[in-house]
Write a protein that binds this ligand. Structure first.
Ligand SMILES: [Zn+2]
Length: 163
């Protein structure tokens, strides 16, 4: 209780907002630094009923797995939560299914399975076994707007370490 009061006092708040100006990519809810995501990605992934609020600006994505916020723009104050995005965000808590490749809808579990049951070791093996990374449209389908290559590699590593 006392700590709360100290954190909410006017001088501390002032400090916080100074930091924000220097580094305005922080999530409005959890204050973690976000990663920049292009407008085309956000426009494609926000649910249709809210699409009109997306506008034409770029966004940040909150990488904190505990936080409900997905996309936000610190200047306009527009933000979208997990439930307002069409796909589960793989690095957020309780993402289900957990996609490794959003374009071909291949899950992390399928990649790990391919490693453990079918002996896949490389991205090329995964592409052959699961069909991941075919018809790649990552800028529209992946929540970060980036190629899923890195996520698949991480899933392979996870699978290999479970062997
Ligand atoms: Zn957050």
């Amino acid at each position: 209780m006392i700590n709360e009061k100290i954190n909410n006092c006017c001088c501390c708040k002032g400090k916080e907002s100074l930091n924000k100006i220097e580094n305005d990519n922080t999530c409005p809810v959890c204050k973690a630094s976000g990663v920049k995501v292009k407008n085309i990605t956000v426009r494609h992934l926000v649910v249709d009923t809210l699409a009109e609020f997306v506008g034409d600006m770029d966004y940040y994505i909150c990488m904190n797995e505990e936080c409900n916020i997905v996309y936000y723009n610190p200047e306009s104050g527009v933000k979208f939560e997990k439930q307002q995005v069409k796909v589960p965000i793989w690095f957020k808590k309780d993402a289900n299914p957990k996609y490794a490749c959003y374009c071909s809808k291949v899950t992390e579990e399928q990649v790990i399975d391919a490693v453990i049951k079918h002996g896949a070791k490389t991205i090329k093996d995964i592409i052959e076994i699961t069909g991941a990374m075919k018809n790649s449209q990552c800028q529209k389908n992946n929540p970060l707007g980036k190629c899923c290559h890195k996520i698949i590699q991480e899933a392979i590593d996870k699978g290999l370490s479970m062997k």
